[in-house]
Design a binder for this molecule. Structure first.
Ligand SMILES: *Cc1c(COP(=O)(O)O)cnc(C)c1O
Ligand code: SF4
Length: 458
């Protein structure tokens, strides 16, 4: 358990210590001790395989401990037995019960992790650009023409972990699976050469776990004229949920707020891409104060998050969340479909149900909250939105479109898949109307083969 004191920025938020708990500390989380012993053992088993990290703010302010295990934030952060397949669960539980030695346990844990599709959608080889010599540029992903993703090495963790996180693999210490940058100059050199890029998206982990001085080293150089093409700087974060004090009381919070303001005043569009799953995350005084503080800099906050069983598979939850976001000045941006990795068996929602939830939630909010796109799958060919289930010439189909595509020409073209009530991801869908392939498939295969060949050569 780490602990460090924070200094005052303004009244009321000083002296809020960041107190974090991981698997080793399960027995030290007070409210857990009132739960049945069997449940605590289940948590131990699951967190041996999947990452677990929570902090005192989440425990005290976000979770309703009288509503366990149903509480959505409890489901969001604490391991549940159903997150592992029964055979995986039994194997690890048996080893823990038998007091197996470290090597035996680790070997089993590695095997289970590798069975959980740690790198969905070919992220490693398909999206990572290379320099002229063919060397991989670690920490950079460039999949869609306008937007570069950057994974700063100091931001590869989060203030707490989401149980469903598709980046889970990088939190369990598997260095091979990490996507982290070595230094800022790699990023800056890449952006200088790529004037087609308008948007830079910092992601992680959570870049807001970084000290402000590190964030500054990445951001400030972008104010130089050679980066005029970078109009928008997005920062993906869940700190507004897991640790709003990052923007309030932490020792360098004031500097962070100043940095955001400086970027905005220098003409950049700064967008905090806040990850939200539930309105409860917006419902604390600290969360609201942090939102106010960010908005006071002129930076925008846009909200995005996946639709997750046990957490937010309910149109009322989305409608209430979007309404609260609009009220707080946040722009709803994306509803995602949970990715095909990790504990997806526990969290996934059929595509048809996802669309129903989206549709019903949309019907309950005003136009200003209807800016959220979705439900959208971030698949290897692109971001595919489920537009609905309908019938064409007597055939029941899914209507789909690309919101983003590896080839920009695919974007906004409607296409159709055979209706399949069980489908939870793009690879479960087949073309409608007896066609052999979706319109993009040949081109996608060619792009894919080209990238993989380049990767093998290097
Ligand atoms: C979603 C995403 C983006 C950004 O897409 P927008 O539609 O502009 O928000 C960029 N790169 C990757 C890899 C993405 O998944
Ligand atoms: S905040 Fe984002 S990166 Fe961190 S655990 Fe949650 S989903 Fe994953």
């Amino acid at each position: 358990m780490q602990q460090w004191p924070l200094h005052a920025l303004d009244g009321g938020y000083e002296n809020v210590p960041f107190k974090v708990f991981t698997q080793r500390d399960l027995d030290r989380i007070e409210p857990l001790q009132t739960l049945p012993e069997a449940m605590r053992f289940e948590m131990k088993v699951v967190s041996t395989v999947l990452p677990f990290r929570v902090n005192q703010y989440v425990i005290d302010e976000l979770i309703d401990w009288s509503n366990i295990p149903a509480d959505p934030i409890f489901q969001l952060t604490f391991p549940q037995r159903g997150m592992l397949a029964p055979e995986h669960y039994d194997r690890i539980a048996a080893l823990l019960e038998a007091g197996a030695d470290k090597a035996t346990l680790n070997a089993a844990v590695d095997e289970v992790r590798h069975a959980l599709n740690p790198h969905p959608a070919d992220q490693m080889e398909m999206n990572m650009p290379r320099d002229e010599e063919g060397n991989r540029l670690d920490g950079i992903q460039h999949k869609y023409r306008e937007t570069v993703l950057f994974f700063p090495s100091q931001g590869q963790t989060c203030h707490a972990y989401c149980t469903f996180c598709f980046r889970w693999a990088q939190f369990v210490g598997d260095k091979e699976l990490r996507i982290a940058a070595s230094e800022a100059s790699t990023l800056h050199n890449y952006l200088k050469r790529h004037t087609e890029v308008t948007d830079l998206l910092f992601t992680g982990g959570d870049p807001m776990v970084m000290k402000t001085k590190h964030l500054k080293a990445y951001l400030e150089p972008l104010l130089e004229p050679e980066f005029d093409h970078i109009q928008t700087i997005r920062i993906g974060t869940k700190a507004l949920t897991f640790w709003p004090h990052r923007f309030l009381g932490a020792d360098d919070a004031g500097e962070l707020i100043e940095l955001l303001q400086r970027m905005v005043r220098a003409g950049k569009h700064v967008a905090v891409m806040a990850h939200y799953n539930h309105w409860k995350e917006l419902d604390t005084e600290a969360a609201r104060e942090a939102i106010r503080s960010i908005r006071s800099t002129g930076a925008q906050i846009r909200a995005q998050g996946p639709l997750i069983a046990h957490i937010n598979d309910d149109p009322d939850v989305w409608a209430k969340m979007w309404k609260m976001q609009v009220k707080l000045g946040i722009i709803p941006y994306y509803m995602f479909v949970e990715r095909d990795t990790g504990a997806r068996g526990y969290f996934e929602v059929p595509l048809e149900r996802a669309w129903e939830i989206y549709r019903q939630a949309m019907q309950r909010v005003s136009g200003l909250a209807r800016t959220a796109r979705g439900p959208s799958m971030s698949a290897s060919p692109g971001k595919v939105e489920i537009q609905g289930v309908t019938e064409i010439n007597g055939e029941k189909v899914f209507a789909l479109r690309f919101i983003q595509g590896r080839n920009p020409d695919w974007v906004q073209r409607p296409f159709f898949a055979k209706y399949n009530p069980d489908a939870t991801w793009l690879n479960h869908l087949e073309p409608a109307f007896g066609e052999a392939k979706f319109f993009f498939e040949d081109e996608y295969e060619a792009i894919r083969e080209g990238k993989l060949a380049a990767a093998t050569e290097a």
